[in-house]
Write a protein that binds this ligand. Structure first.
Ligand SMILES: Nc1ncnc2c1ncn2[C@@H]1O[C@H](COP(=O)(O)OP(=O)(O)O)[C@@H](O)[C@H]1O
Ligand SMILES: [Mg+2]
Length: 320
């Protein structure tokens, strides 16, 4: 499969400090390859350099070193810019315009004219779920609605590659779900989606692959399951109707036993606890299983661990 996005040693230094500016490396030699048709999650804690990387890809910033290509062409290529869409982090628009007017303005910038403008604008607004509100001035829109307008703007030109910077930030659960479904729709059409997030659950259901950026460095990339799967931390088992079924010798198999409301009991088991054995024993004694869930390492745990090991390595003066 052809690469939709490629970066090679992409770095960005900012000058920081007023009296004696010194370079601060926000992105450190990012080498990345996203195949056409992929949904790629670009993950990392706040300040990791995700927006910097996206701005370099959008040519809103120029790299200190390294190169980036989109659809096989250098990022500055005018023809390529016609084939991509971009949603900035926290987009801000002139808010005396209505959603329709704003999008019509962007459609004309893309070179569409006449009836094509109207049909495109109403199609993308339908797509992002903005109904009658499209005739309202943006100043009356909530953060979630503005985010949708931003998404509509990113889709105006039927892009082949879409870049979204934290598309789900600031959205309520319904809004998140809507954005997720929209991305799935783009994927179904064969569109390549590159989106950044600091929240793992955003990526879990969407991405074929992720890259994890910590302090400007890509510390892992691949299917999310391969990056986090190795860290099964244990099991969380909830049972009902335990009563006497939970004898002291069975309770001993759990790390902890917590009574919940309405007679349910939660048991925390070690990763190697063989939950089926305990489950079998409990059901035999008349308890019902309410749920059994693996407790996995979270992305946040992973970030913390990587940051700590990076700091330790830097302190020893190794690597770089
Ligand atoms: N224009 C700038 N000038 C100086 N430092 C910047 C600038 N933009 C970003 N940074 C710094 O670069 C680092 C990465 O920022 P950013 O790319 O916004 O991270 P993320 O999007 O992952 O939260 C941060 O430490 C941030 O403070
Ligand atoms: Mg950011």
């Amino acid at each position: 499969m052809a690469a939709a996005i490629e970066t090679e040693g992409l770095s960005k230094d900012f000058a920081v400090g007023f009296w004696r500016p010194r370079p601060y490396r926000a992105l450190d030699r990012l080498t990345l390859n996203v195949a056409a048709g992929e949904v790629f999650g670009f993950l990392g804690p706040n300040g990791a350099g995700k927006s910097t990387a996206l701005k370099l890809l959008m040519q809103l910033l120029y790299p200190t070193s390294g190169t980036a290509r989109i659809l096989g062409r250098p990022v500055g290529d005018v023809a390529v810019r016609q084939r991509i869409g971009f949603l900035a982090e926290n987009p801000y628009y002139y808010d005396y315009l209505t959603a329709e007017e704003l999008l019509a303005y962007f459609a004309r910038l893309f070179g569409y004219r006449g009836a094509d403008v109207t049909t495109r604008v109403s199609r993308v607004l339908d797509e992002v779920g903005i109904g009658k509100e499209r005739r309202l001035r943006l100043r009356r829109f909530s953060k979630g609605m503005i985010q949708r307008v931003g998404l509509a703007q990113a889709l105006l030109n039927d892009p082949e590659v879409v870049f979204l910077d934290e598309p789900m930030s600031g959205l309520d659960p319904l809004g998140r779900r809507h954005v997720r479904d929209l991305i799935l729709g783009l994927r179904a059409r064969g569109c390549t989606v590159f989106f950044s997030s600091h929240i793992l659950s955003d990526a879990e259901t969407l991405c074929s692959r992720v890259g994890v950026l910590v302090q400007g460095r890509l510390v892992a990339s691949g299917p999310l399951s391969e990056i986090l799967a190795f860290e099964l931390k244990g099991w969380e088992l909830v049972v009902a109707g335990v009563g006497a079924a939970l004898s002291p010798e069975l309770a001993q198999l759990a790390r902890s036993v917590t009574p919940l409301s309405d007679g349910h009991v939660m048991l925390h088991l070690a990763p190697d606890a063989e939950p089926d054995r305990l489950l079998g024993e409990l059901t035999r004694r008349g308890a019902h299983i309410v749920s059994l869930n693996p407790v996995r390492e979270t992305l946040e745990d992973y970030f913390v661990q990587v940051v700590a090991s990076t700091a330790a390595r830097d302190a020893r003066g190794v690597g770089a």
